[in-house]
Design a protein around this ligand. Structure first.
Ligand code: PGA
Length: 251
């Protein structure tokens, strides 16, 4: 049985006061004790703050991005060692906003994945198609390309502690959620690709759905056999909504 995971991706939102209030609400709620892993991914400058607010709770910490380089003259970048220093256990990699707005390609995402695994930080690898790709019937081609690029570069064994997030680009921040059937269909195919490389890892690996997950649709998405939780953007900034989503994952 895979333990569900709910990750809140705050993106570039929040400030010190907002984060104090939000995280205190979560720490003092059932989100901190559900039968699912709960993870917060704040902007990097607030990792230390969230780390200290969650220190006494089961809520875990993740980053939204990381450099593939270890250290040195890389102005503006943040290393895996720095993330670990602040208590990060996970890092989101290859989010569609990183791919489309900051030019991250499959190769760079694969390099980051390899570096994260080597450092002992668990990658949450994001894959997903655009609306145009879906309409042209290319969904699985795109997802398979994004996934295979990393499998080829890293080797399937490196996926032992990894998480995959299927995030259809057309569903991110748009209020348009994939139907439970659409999500399950792609998740099952992702698991099939993994199984072609290792049945054991395919069975164990958690595949999250992301894209307009909210308090009202989380339960029916998570009820699918191959949907092992969610990567939640907008709704993770509202304490009550995020708590409800965590409860749906732990049910
Ligand atoms: P959303 O974002 O829940 O606001 O659609 C999800 C994500 O981009 O991770």
């Amino acid at each position: 049985m895979r333990k569900a995971l709910v990750a809140g991706n705050w993106k570039m939102n929040g400030d010190t006061d907002f984060i104090n209030e939000l995280v205190n609400s979560l720490v003092n709620s059932s989100a901190a004790s559900v039968n699912a892993d709960v993870l917060l991914c704040p902007p990097a400058v607030y990792l230390a703050q969230v780390s200290s607010l969650t220190a006494e709770s089961a809520i875990q910490l993740g980053a939204q991005n990381v450099s593939e380089q270890a250290n040195g003259a890389f102005t503006g970048e943040i290393s895996l060692a720095m993330l670990q220093d602040l208590g990060c256990e996970y890092v989101i990699l290859g989010h569609s906003e990183r791919r489309s707005l900051y030019g991250e390609n499959d190769q760079l995402v694969a390099e980051k994945f390899v570096a994260a695994v080597a450092a002992g930080v668990k990658p949450i690898l994001c894959v997903g198609e655009t609306l145009e790709e879906r309409e042209q019937g290319e969904t699985m081609q795109v997802v398979a390309r994004q996934l295979n690029a990393v499998i080829e570069a890293a080797g399937i064994d490196k996926f032992a502690d990894a998480v995959i997030a299927y995030e259809p680009v057309w569903a991110i921040g748009t209020g348009k959620t994939a139907t439970p059937e659409q999500a399950q269909e792609v998740h099952a195919e992702i698991r099939q690709i993994l199984a072609q490389n290792s049945v054991e890892i395919a069975d164990k690996l958690r595949i999250l759905y992301g894209g307009s997950v909210n308090a009202a649709n989380a339960a029916e998405l998570f009820a699918n056999e191959d949907v092992d939780g969610g990567l939640v953007g907008g709704a993770s900034l509202k304490a009550n909504d995020f708590i409800a989503i965590c409860q749906a994952a732990g049910a």
